[in-house]
Design a protein. Structure first.
Length: 315
């Protein structure tokens, strides 16, 4: 989904190490599985994490999406199915509040179902066939090793970020990006995202605080990792803990990566060796950041849009 940006090398703030945005392949959109039917959204601010298991918003949630109850509804706490995601909207606070997004007209073709998974993590792998080298410059390989058209940037989008006092309004740039900064004293914001005929409204959501006491322990080496274990202190206002581990950027396979998500109250995350070893090629493992994050998601006819309000910690 959305060469346009680097190929799934980073995730934090949608591109913690983003390369030239004028290239061919779309941006990393992460991973997840599942579906939901309940789309009830309360009026209260989303200022605490739901301790129930995370579910996902996707086409499986309603076969008749244009008339289904999930269509165009932003569901706090939910995730997109990775193979249906057309973009991610990230809100993070540094000296200022930053919003970054990149939206496309369809999902990334080379991302399919995970080949390995456990309770916390999923490993996705894309192995292009020899015939994929014959794709045109405006094509890429899908999961069936068939040349298909690359996603195009979503034109004429707009986003409004507001804390109830100040607001930021941004329009889609030529690369499909929506980005800007807002001077704000608080940590709670709402979003109105317009994509074509779809208007998505996310109610006031609080950016969770950065994790404290984060410790990482890599078993093995960056060239041959056996496992990674992370621990952190219990947050005062726990949300979800998430990480995206890309394959080494020298390889450039946007469909190969590992992602993990647990409740912040667990205070620990284990990433098994088989989900790390395939990523540790060329110059080795490129582990990035740990995010303390609140999610939301909405399905529109082009695919699923995921929202992330997060703070990042570097192990």
């Amino acid at each position: 989904m959305k060469k346009i940006v680097c190929m799934f090398i980073c995730l934090s703030v949608l591109a913690a190490c983003e390369d030239d945005p004028k290239g061919k392949d779309p941006v990393d959109m992460g991973t997840d599985q599942g579906s939901i039917k309940d789309t009830t959204v309360g009026d209260a601010s989303i200022d605490s994490a739901d301790s129930s298991p995370q579910q996902d918003v996707g086409k499986d949630s309603d076969e008749d999406l244009p008339d289904g109850e999930n269509f165009g509804v932003v569901v706090p706490g939910e995730r997109c199915i990775v193979s249906e995601r057309i973009g991610i909207v990230v809100v993070e606070k540094f000296q200022k509040v930053q919003v970054n997004a990149r939206l496309f007209d369809k999902p990334i073709p080379s991302i399919g179902d995970p080949v390995l998974s456990d309770e916390a993590c999923s490993f996705y792998e894309f192995v292009p066939a020899a015939n994929c080298r014959n794709c045109n410059n405006d094509q890429t390989c899908d999961g069936n090793s068939v040349c298909v058209d690359l996603p195009k940037v979503f034109p004429n989008g707009s986003l409004k970020l507001s804390d109830g006092v100040s607001e930021l309004r941004v329009m889609t740039d030529e690369y499909g990006g929506l980005s800007g900064q807002l001077e704000a004293a608080g940590d709670t914001f709402s979003i109105e995202l317009t994509l074509g005929s779809s208007v998505l409204n996310l109610p006031a959501t609080t950016i969770p605080a950065p994790l404290e006491g984060l410790v990482s322990n890599l078993s093995g080496s960056y060239e041959n990792p056996d496992a990674m274990d992370l621990t952190w202190d219990l947050p005062a206002d726990p949300a979800r803990v998430f990480t995206h581990v890309p394959i080494n950027h020298h390889v450039g396979l946007e469909g190969t990566f590992t992602e993990c998500e647990v409740d912040a109250t667990s205070k620990s995350l284990h990433i098994d060796g088989p989900m790390l070893k395939p990523l540790a090629v060329a110059t080795g493992l490129e582990f990035q950041t740990i995010n303390h994050v609140r999610f939301a998601a909405a399905q529109i006819k082009e695919g699923c849009v995921e929202f992330r309000f997060l703070s990042s910690t570097f192990p």
